[in-house]
Ligand binder design. Structure first.
Ligand code: SF4
Length: 354
């Protein structure tokens, strides 16, 4: 399942880290006896100032553009749908070269533009509240297919370049470490997309081997744990992954992070929203110095689940805060276009989650 290769397509120049792409381009430029600066001009057009096709890079001679088109074709994600919510949130459905579909959600808020990106087509983990889980696992995304979601948004409108990235779209990023590892470099490197590591959050249900690899990277990427329940027993009822990586072990692995972590917590009526749950969650958040994001349950996940009423969510947050925990109730964004957490299901014209 999760180890299945990203796709059967050969990696392209956009699947390489900016350093590896530079090396490839300089060898090519040298081989053609072109001046070295041509290599730099071409490199800029990959991520820093992207073009949709080489023909648009008009600073380059036409003959060179034609050669680039043949040698290093620029792959694209095809925009199938772009839906704008009344609150300014925009959901994109992209079609990949092999026909799979993935989604991204752009959430503007003041001067911040957060892009929620997908790391897999579908997801194998089957969390009960999540529409993506219901789709099952399709395949891992390649580095380009991950970072390319940002590239496409910039190609549509450079003013939309995201300031923040969250890996909270479709899929479990740490089950696709080879793709996510390179994509993180492209996102962060100044010669890639140049987005600060502290503005990039990887959200995981707690895939321990992946958490260790992420913690070993030198940059200060942020980590969010999809907790959703404060005890192993309650968690098992909504997140089957608890069987493989239990809460205690996940939290021990999270302790290796040098930055403050976040607990994501979807509020589900009668499942994880009692006063005892709040107290147990407060104890965990306290112990790990975690910020808690409380998310309302949105329609589109498993049938039969009830959202916690908003006044009860407020009381739950108040109980955490009274115990000295920083807890934030997240506003629902993009509900009218099914772009909210737990709603991403890769369907044309409708419905995205982690
Ligand atoms: S919440 Fe995340 S890990 Fe769980 S099924 Fe959905 S996409 Fe997969």
């Amino acid at each position: 399942m999760s180890n299945k290769s990203a796709n059967n397509l050969a990696p392209t120049i956009l699947d390489l880290t900016p350093d590896a792409a530079r090396e490839r381009l300089s060898t090519w430029v040298e081989g053609r006896k072109l001046p070295r600066f041509r290599g730099e001009q071409i490199h800029r057009r990959l991520w820093v100032q992207p073009v949709g096709a080489w023909s648009e890079a008009t600073e380059l001679p036409a003959a060179l553009r034609a050669e680039l088109e043949a040698e290093f074709p620029l792959r694209r994600l095809k925009e199938v749908v772009s839906e704008l919510s009344q609150d300014g949130t925009r959901k994109f459905l992209w079609r990949l070269d092999d026909g799979e579909a993935i989604e991204s959600v752009l959430i503007p808020s003041g001067s911040r533009r957060t892009l929620c990106i997908s790391s897999q087509a579908g997801c194998a983990l089957g969390c009960v509240f999540c529409a993506t889980g219901l789709m099952g696992f399709r395949r891992n995304l390649s580095p380009f297919e991950i970072a390319g979601q940002v590239r496409e948004v910039m190609l549509r409108d450079p003013a939309d370049k995201p300031s923040n990235i969250v890996f909270m779209g479709m899929g479990e990023p740490l089950l696709n470490w080879p793709g996510v590892d390179v994509a993180l470099t492209i996102l962060n490197n100044p010669e890639g997309l140049g987005i600060g590591a502290r503005h990039i959050t990887v959200s995981t249900v707690g895939i321990i081997p992946g958490m260790k690899k992420l913690a070993a990277r030198p940059e200060q990427f942020r980590l969010a744990i999809s907790l959703h329940a404060p005890t192993a027993e309650r968690r098992l009822a909504i997140m089957p992954i608890e069987k493989k990586y239990d809460l205690k072990a996940v939290l021990e692995a999270a302790a290796a992070f040098r930055k403050r972590i976040t607990f994501e917590y979807v509020m589900i009526g009668g499942k994880n929203d009692s006063d005892q749950d709040a107290d147990a969650l407060a104890a965990l958040a306290h112990k790990h110095g975690a910020l808690v994001n409380l998310l309302p349950l949105h329609p589109g996940g498993a049938p039969g689940l009830e959202p916690t009423p908003s006044n009860k969510i407020k009381n739950f947050a108040g109980r955490l805060q009274a115990r000295g925990v920083e807890a934030v109730v997240r506003r629902s964004r993009g509900l009218d276009i099914k772009a909210a957490c737990g709603q991403l299901a890769g369907q044309t014209g409708s419905d995205l989650t982690h």
